[in-house]
Design a protein around this ligand. Structure first.
Ligand code: GDP
Length: 533
């Protein structure tokens, strides 16, 4: 029997943050291939269909029969430096929603990880969604490993790309593996710390792990000539500027180890896994709301970071995904739900495996477990056993889109209320109400308008109610208080609401209106909300 501390030390929980199309799905598949979870990448649909087969973990699961959920993929990986009797590393890869409209969702997901891989397209450099997600990581103190992907295609120079990272986000890149060959002529990597050349050989269609040859500096120079010399020169330039890896600075979020890859050719993917095992932090203690530290070896505690429903027509229920913070989880244990003070039985604890579900018997800090039919649980909630603990809530973002939602038919009022309340609890949208509008037509507030589409679709499929959405002409929200509410409601272009978390929000048609009113009535409480990252 291994102790909790042992289980924790062999776990790595991370997410890939990237702009759509940078190669997140392809990289996920490549990681699974290297961990030998699957035997071949793109095998089922062949080359032409590769994009569609990798674009969705559910599809991937269906096609390959591997253990994937749309929320977290867990696999074992034995590092090349592991001793013979070492247990493999347990990797938890948590998926982040791709679209910018779901940044609130992404923020919640990033509360569940200990590290992030920032995946960048070599031809495009830092793109808007990568930047946003990076800011979330910085805000949460999550260390970031940088991966420059698609090196098999023409792109920018490595120095240009790294310059962009340090200039635009103030993160010092520290190369671990430097490309040998310009973008579009990817021959291998210079292992900066070992000072050796890792040469890769392509496999047909990139379907298999690319064979590696390890060469000394002299042999590399013989083989690659100037191309090798250039890689050496460039990395030395970086080292002279003090850009060597420093574990402390990396964990403090000041530097970021860099690896160049081609996810599609499986070049550099093993190096990324090795870096995760070697450098990414194992799960660690979490600060509770009262500033105490919940150590990983303390009794069981977990944070709910995502609620997902309607994953499949045959399972019309909701799954609440928790990230375990401390202790051992055993299915069936009765834990406490900090928000309601009620006990919660975990009889149905699952990992989702494609269309099927697999029961989880035990899990440890860093692991992600789905709880079935956990309707009372909402993102940010704490579950615990033993001494009381509550972790800080996940902040909700300043909404910028507002719309009234109502049922098409008055006869469905009960289902409508039930559905809307549920979606509000899950955090699909924020819900606003006031006496003037009443309960039949609450206002939905969102960071991105696609959240409204999710409400329409889910109301229909899960609650059997057709709803209408009518966009409102507000674009700015401020937190206010009861004392200011009457005066605000008298103003043109302003309306005050109570949000489902109890906060009072004043909505303004635009920021000029807000500025004008704030100037005319300086005593009003108008506090900015947390801006979307
Ligand atoms: P995602 O949107 O970030 O999940 O990106 P995908 O993994 O779906 O990849 C987007 C496109 O880039 C697909 O056509 C992939 O085949 C392609 N792609 C991904 N990684 C690489 C790579 O390393 N090299 C090349 N040439 N193409 C890649």
């Amino acid at each position: 029997m291994s102790s909790i501390a042992d289980e924790v030390s062999r776990r790595r929980t991370f997410a890939i943050i990237s702009h759509p199309d940078a190669g997140k799905s392809t990289m996920t598949e490549a990681l699974a291939l290297h961990a030998r979870v699957i035997n071949e990448a793109g095998a089922i649909h062949g080359k032409a269909g590769r994009k569609s087969t990798v674009s969705d973990w559910m599809e991937m699961e269906k096609a390959r029969g591997i253990s994937v959920s749309s929320t977290a993929l867990q696999f074992n990986y034995t590092s090349s430096t592991a001793a013979e009797d070492d247990e493999p590393t347990v990797i938890n890869l948590v998926d982040t929603p791709g679209h910018a409209d779901f940044s609130e969702d992404t923020y919640r997901v990033l509360t569940a990880v200990d590290a992030a891989v920032m995946l960048i397209d070599a031809a495009k450099g830092l793109e808007p969604q990568t930047l946003k997600l990076f800011q979330v990581c910085r805000h949460r103190g999550i260390p970031v490993i940088t991966v420059i992907n698609k090196w098999d295609r023409p792109g920018r120079t490595p120095l240009e790309l790294l310059d962009e990272i340090s200039e635009r986000i103030g993160l010092t890149p520290t190369p671990l593996f430097w490309p040998v060959g310009i973008a579009g002529d990817f021959r291998g990597l210079r292992d900066v710390r070992k000072d050796e050349y890792v040469h890769f050989t392509r496999t047909a269609g990139g379907a298999k792990i690319a064979p590696e040859e390890h060469l000394s500096t002299d042999a590399a120079l013989d083989r690659e000539g100037d191309v090798w010399a250039e890689a050496v020169e460039e990395t030395e330039l970086m080292t002279e500027m003090g850009q060597g890896h420093d574990q402390e600075l990396f964990l403090a979020g000041q530097t970021s180890p860099v690896i160049f890859t081609s996810a599609i050719l499986n070049f550099g993917v093993r190096q990324l896994l090795e870096a995760l095992v070697e450098l990414a932090p194992a799960p660690h203690s979490r600060t509770a709301i009262d500033d105490s530290e919940r150590e990983v070896t303390d009794p069981f505690s977990a944070v709910v970071f995502k609620v997902q429903a309607g994953m499949d027509a045959a399972h019309r229920d909701r799954l609440a995904f928790m990230r375990i913070v401390s202790g051992e989880f055993e299915r069936g244990m009765v834990v406490q739900h900090a928000q309601t003070g009620k006990p919660f039985a975990t009889k149905y604890a699952m990992t989702v495996v494609g269309r099927d579900r697999e029961t989880v018997e035990t899990a440890y800090p860093g692991d992600v477990v789905g709880l079935v039919n956990a309707n009372a649980l909402a993102p940010g909630d704490t579950l615990y056993d033993g001494a009381t603990v509550q972790f800080p809530p996940i902040p909700s973002f300043a909404p910028e889109h507002f719309a009234v939602v109502r049922a098409d038919s008055a006869g469905k009022y009960k289902q409508f209320r039930k559905g809307i309340e549920q979606l509000g609890t899950e955090g699909v949208v924020q819900l606003l109400r006031n006496d003037v509008r009443g309960d039949a037509s609450p206002v939905m507030a969102a960071v991105g308008p696609m959240q409204f589409e999710v409400v329409v679709a889910r109301m229909k499929t899960e609650f059997n109610v057709d709803v209408q959405v009518e966009h409102l002409g507000y674009s700015v929200a401020r937190r206010t208080d009861a004392a200011s509410a009457d005066e605000l409601n008298r103003q043109r272009g302003v309306e005050v609401f109570e949000r489902n978390d109890g906060a009072l929000l004043a909505l303004f048609s635009d920021k000029w209106r807000l500025q004008y009113i704030a100037k005319e009535h300086p005593s009003l409480t108008l506090e900015p909300l947390v801006a979307a990252a």
